[in-house]
Design a protein around this ligand. Sequence first.
Ligand SMILES: [Zn+2]
Ligand SMILES: [Zn+2]
Ligand SMILES: [Zn+2]
Ligand SMILES: [Zn+2]
Ligand SMILES: [Zn+2]
Ligand SMILES: [Zn+2]
Length: 366
Amino acid sequence: GTEAPPEPGPSAGTPRPQPAEEEEDDDGDEDFQFLLCEGCGQDCAHPRLLSCLHTLCPACLSDTKQCPLCQAAAGAPAVDNLLFSNLRGRLQVWRQIRSSRGPDCSRCRTEAALVWCSDCEEFFCARCFEEHQWWHKKKEHRFRRVEELRAGSVQQFLEDTKTSCSLFCSSPSHPGESRVCSIYCPRCERALCCPCALLDTAHAPFRDLRAETHRRQDELCSLRRDLRRLRGSFEAALGRLRGEAARQEEQRERLRERVLASCERLQQLVRREAEELQALLEARPERGRSALAEELRDAEGSLLRLEAAERLVERLGRYGGEQELMDMQPFVKAALLDLQRLRPPQAPELREPPHFALCRARLRAL
Ligand SMILES: [Zn+2]
Ligand SMILES: [Zn+2]
Ligand SMILES: [Zn+2]
Ligand SMILES: [Zn+2]
Ligand SMILES: [Zn+2]
Ligand SMILES: [Zn+2]
């Protein structure tokens, strides 16, 4: 089953309409900051694309076993990010076009450029462009006047240069001669030029290269749609996890507040207890002390009375006559009987004030 190779499609195809879904996050990217290394933010001529699809400059990539952005372990070896390096190159051309004095001729490097050949990707002055047209008269390179490009927008320039990036046949059968590919061989997974496809029957059946690029783009788009759904569920799960983390943090905060509050309460309790105990020790001893002093006074008084009684009885015996004895005996006897009722105070260690014990008990309870 050999199929005739399809006719080469027009080299400048109409841009395919993007699905409506894709348009919502079209932020324009007008400053092209995304071309800078995602690690160090530096401009980089040969950015590398990691298997996690982050882009890093070779310096950032040199000593890392995992992506510094998402911590994904290095899977497949990194590849050149051709999209970024080519886009960077096209933007540099654009900056030359928009520079104040305009670009110089890439060939003679003295004259101001008049024309940009998008196939050669070079600027040419009028004289060099004449020669260029002579050399490439069979090929019809697409060229634009620099003035015209200057007047346009960067988006327009990038759109134009996007369609001009042709794929060249890499077959060894025609080295040195670059032929634009229009055929795709699914068996080799390779793009071919029309003559190569016709000459080598081993390549059949073919696909139109444009159809193949569209198929690949559609495949990526549908994968992207699936991944977008996956991202949605990841975001939901992440939201739940963050909610849980926030709840835990809130609980921790509440517990911390409770600990602080009860600590505060306990401190107040202890302080109040200490104040009460101090008050107990200060206030009650006033009475206790005076009671003891009274007792002391009483005991001293009793002792003096006992001594006085002894002395009086002794003197009465020694110096008193019958007259004195008869007159005074009843009174003295009554006084002595009165004195007999006196009891010495108890030993002090047995008579600790009751509030001392209370104070001790409360201290132990603390
Ligand atoms: Zn970097
Ligand atoms: Zn990464
Ligand atoms: Zn020139
Ligand atoms: Zn050219
Ligand atoms: Zn070829
Ligand atoms: Zn093939």
